[in-house]
Design a protein around this ligand. Structure first.
Ligand SMILES: *Cc1c(COP(=O)(O)O)cnc(C)c1O
Length: 410
């Protein structure tokens, strides 16, 4: 364990500091032109956060439009087969648009409305955040532009069509690797140019302050609900929380409300891809190092010259070279353990959950399920695991068919 004394580990309510720093991570590393819009956003966000009317409105739409609270479901057959800890699934896959992303997209859309903006933009990788943003834009009547790598547009054509049906303009980005990183660059460029009437709805707990803290706070509803639900059901706290970690938003949303409960262990699962070999994975805590990328300081997969390395994962939502700064800090503190699941393990977990529980998970979420499959048998039968099922797998069906050779009946 590195980093400062664990004395700080008993109380997380003071992070990030006023500069948006989680220990040595986070902060605001952007061009001059973005400093002012970020300061404005920070002020507006914290005002809104302590405004009961804003919170009421947020709660209203989370319930009436998104479908909260989501169930905390005991996976009985999986639990029985694994023969150890009871495995509960936090069903974010049942939310409107099929993933946790709408919690944050909705929160930021309400903020944009409050700030008098008329246009929202976003980056998207697999398209889930783009769909969530296009959805709330349609609902509130914002003009909407989504930046998406040209390669991702092709891989995730279904989501491109969904965004277009919702009235958004989708702009394919042809620079560099033509994936998420380049889409973020384009979105930042747009924001600088159009900031007067445009809000940038960033899609994960990443980027310059205040995004990591703001996105975390919009997703903490996952952990707040799960905590209440498990106490009602089991009359005690869980032993282990498991979530997949891309930028880190669904994981921090689940973890955050439990951080001060020292008996609750936590496991973040990154994308191990084809194994921990250069450019074949996206597990930033396996071979990443301290760096600055797209506005923040965190663990980054980079080469010896600081060039960002290419990454790989079967799931587009986990395929990013850097991880949210709060996770970097929680790792240093030793509060959260970070592991990884490979493509093959995620695919196996995807099919197993489908067949044994009747739930087709997103490939991202299947990484967390894979970790639960590994851990549950090593734990006693009176222990409890909560797995964050961050999204549903409809978007991944074609890819899983291609990878596994499942065929139509003749
Ligand atoms: C985007 C996405 C993720 C990864 O993003 P985080 O910010 O790490 O949560 C995970 N699961 C699903 C279903 C997603 O759509």
């Amino acid at each position: 364990m590195t980093g400062p004394a664990p004395a700080a580990a008993s109380d997380y309510t003071t992070v990030p500091d006023v500069h948006g720093r989680f220990g040595p991570y986070g902060g605001r590393y952007v061009p001059e032109t973005l400093m002012y819009p970020l300061q404005q956003l920070e002020e507006e966000y914290f005002r809104a956060q302590s405004d009961p009317l804003f919170q009421q409105e947020l709660t209203y739409y989370l319930r009436e439009f998104c479908g909260r609270p989501t169930p905390l479901y005991l996976a009985e057959r999986l639990t029985k087969e694994l023969g150890g800890a009871r495995v509960y699934l936090k069903r974010e896959d049942l939310l409107h648009t099929g993933a946790h992303k709408i919690n944050n997209a909705l929160g930021q859309a309400l903020l944009a409305k409050r700030m008098g903006k008329t246009r929202v933009i976003a980056e998207t990788g697999a398209g889930q955040h783009g769909v969530a943003t296009a959805t709330v834009a349609a609902m509130f009547g914002f003009q909407c532009v989504i930046y998406m790598g040209a390669v991702d547009c092709e891989r995730q054509a279904l989501n491109v069509y969904r965004m277009k049906m919702l009235g958004a303009e989708v702009v394919p980005v042809h620079a560099g690797q033509k994936t998420l990183k380049e889409a973020v660059n384009e979105a930042m460029r747009d924001w600088v140019t159009n900031v007067r009437h445009t809000h940038y709805i960033l899609g994960t707990a990443y980027g310059a302050h205040p995004y990591p803290v703001m996105v975390r706070n919009f997703h903490r509803v996952i952990g707040d609900e799960a905590r209440r639900q498990i106490l009602e059901r089991e009359e005690r706290l869980p032993d282990l929380l498991i979530a997949c970690v891309g930028g880190g938003s669904n994981a921090i949303g689940l973890f955050y409300p439990f951080l001060n409960d020292s008996a609750v262990k936590m496991l973040g699962v990154e994308a191990g891809g084809e194994g921990i070999l250069p450019e074949r994975h996206a597990a930033r805590f396996q071979g990443g190092s301290l760096g600055v990328l797209q506005g923040t300081r965190s663990y980054v997969l980079q080469d010896e010259f600081g060039q960002i390395q290419s990454t790989h994962s079967v799931s587009a939502g986990l395929d990013y070279a850097a991880v949210g700064p709060e996770h970097a800090w929680l790792k240093d503190l030793g509060r959260v353990e970070y592991g990884y699941a490979t493509d093959d393990q995620a695919l196996a977990a995807f099919l197993r959950l489908a067949r044994i529980e009747g739930i087709i998970p997103a490939l991202e979420s299947a990484h967390a399920v894979a970790a639960a499959i590994e851990r549950a048998p090593t734990m006693s039968q009176d222990s409890i695991i909560i797995v964050n099922l961050s999204g549903r797998g409809d978007k991944d069906v074609a890819q899983v068919v291609a990878k596994t050779g499942i065929q139509l009946p003749k």
